[in-house]
Write a protein that binds this ligand. Structure first.
Ligand code: BG6
Length: 472
């Protein structure tokens, strides 16, 4: 492993910060999502309802406690820490001409504290959030004007933090919205609330194209401001395996992967792949994309591939000659792997497969910016948390990552464990789906002291970093 390898942890602003109205912050889309569970989805309430509980409003109060948390990251030996900038702290409604100074100052202080502790900030511009004003006034990313607002936001951040942040990402898991049956994925990726009877698929593809154009513009602006910046994309990299080696299953998996990974093809190669052009034509979609946009995409290719890896999926052929794929109906169980309590398949070797797949395809450095194990942890009376299951999961994944680096020769910039400190689950809004090395005393209903406790995995990860991944 290279000495410069970026070991660390990852979170997102809305899942940890809280302080939802502090420092002039506006309401963002995660602020209108209630708590849910594996069995009952989070609700989206267009206006804040006093009778509902919104877990992101306080989250784990990182906004006020980040110094204490960074001291713990330092103790573990983090080389980097991935978080995001809450767009609504900088532009509370999203369409202002001038940024909110108090919001900018918060991130100045946060990044200074990280740097003081020799921890590099790794920053996502939009991690599942945007000002809610852009939803109510413009309809979110279905509207081309969003490109201008995002450009302004990106430029302000790049200018302001040009000497503090080197590694950036534009949109978190931009491909999640391809699963447009999930209202929360579409709201958080694109700020879209569907109206009755709309063609969801066409709207999501249009929004995705606007986001890809905005991302390319941001990459260009970033490089003009500081040529040393490394700007990446961020994909939910869930490879989709064929159920068997039957040619039908193999082909179906090709089609399924296309629908998830075309985003990456645009980010990394700067053009819309032929298979998607042919799909748009067949569907008869009238997508708004100009010659100028096509040139923009070409000009704004990313410097590295950031991705999350939690699991792999599996699909079976169904005779559809277009290889169409619907994530809600076309997945099947993989008999070779088990699942977490939340139904997420566990497949460590899939990480090695993924790293090879990405590096073969793009020959760009890769960055594992999320990997982790969500579980129900128990804080014992002695204030200890024995999370050997988490250690096992991470150990197996790090082993596979090392094989990809040392045997297969994949270029990997770093590895950040998701939810290095317990935070609000994105999909369910729960606190009890915990990923951290640090336990936060906070419950699903919002009760708890917010005190932090080290889990067994804390000491374990410390030794992993100190030994450059040798002591697992
Ligand atoms: C990724 C997201 O999809 O997975 C994170 O980028 C999210 O925001 C993480 O929290 C884990 O998902 P969940 O639903 O278990 O919190």
């Amino acid at each position: 492993m290279k000495a410069s390898f970026l070991w660390g942890g990852a979170v997102a602003a809305h899942q940890v910060e809280g302080g939802w109205r502090d420092g002039g912050k506006g309401i963002n889309v995660s602020d209108i999502m209630t708590v849910g569970s594996h069995a009952s989805p989070r609700k989206i309430t267009p206006v804040i309802d006093e009778n509902e509980f919104y877990p992101n409003h306080e989250a784990i109060d990182f906004y006020h406690r980040y110094k204490e948390d960074i001291a713990l990251f330092k103790e573990m030996g983090f080389k980097c820490f991935r978080t995001s900038i809450s767009w609504a702290r900088i532009f509370p409604q999203g369409d202002e001409e001038q940024p909110n100074e108090a919001g900018l100052r918060f991130y100045d202080d946060l990044f200074d504290e990280l740097l003081k502790n020799d921890i590099q900030p790794v920053i996502t511009l939009s991690h599942f959030e945007m000002p809610y004003g852009l939803v109510t006034k413009y309809g979110g990313w279905r509207n081309r004007q969003l490109i201008t607002f995002f450009e302004r936001f990106a430029r302000v951040c790049f200018e302001r933090y040009k000497d503090k942040v080197k590694y950036w990402m534009t949109f978190n898991e931009i491909n999640n919205q391809a699963n447009y049956q999930s209202d929360i994925s579409v709201l958080t990726n694109s700020g879209i609330l569907f109206q009755e009877g709309e063609d969801k698929e066409e709207i999501v593809y249009q929004a995705s194209l606007y986001e890809l154009i905005a991302s390319a513009k941001a990459v260009k602006i970033a490089h003009d401001i500081n040529p040393d910046f490394m700007v990446g994309c961020m994909m939910a990299m869930t490879p989709i395996y064929p159920y068997s080696c039957s040619p039908d299953d193999m082909l179906k998996a090709v089609g399924a992967n296309h629908k998830r990974f075309w985003y990456l093809d645009v980010h990394a190669r700067g053009k819309i792949p032929a298979y998607m052009q042919s799909f748009f034509k067949r569907k008869g979609y009238h997508l708004d994309i100009t010659e100028e946009d096509i040139a923009t995409l070409k000009d704004g290719c990313v410097d590295y591939i950031g991705f999350s890896y939690y699991m792999s999926f599996t699909t079976k052929g169904d005779g559809n000659e277009y290889l169409d794929y619907n994530e809600a109906t076309d997945l099947c169980d993989n008999p070779y792997i088990s699942k977490t309590k939340w139904g997420w398949p566990i497949d460590a070797k899939g990480l090695r497969y993924t790293l090879n797949w990405l590096y073969d395809r793009y020959q760009l450095p890769t960055f594992i910016v999320e990997n982790g194990f969500g579980a129900i942890d128990v804080l014992e009376d002695s204030n200890q948390v024995h999370d050997q299951y988490r250690i096992n999961y991470l150990k197996e994944h790090i082993e596979q990552m090392k094989k990809a680096i040392e045997i297969d020769g994949v270029d990997v910039l770093g590895y950040t464990v998701w939810g290095c400190i317990d935070c609000v689950s994105f999909s369910t809004g729960e606190m009890k789906k915990r990923y951290g090395f640090i336990y936060v005393d906070k419950n699903n209903d919002g009760s708890g002291t917010l005190k932090r406790y080290k889990k067994d995995s804390f000491e374990w990860y410390k030794q992993v970093i100190a030994s450059q991944g040798d002591k697992l």
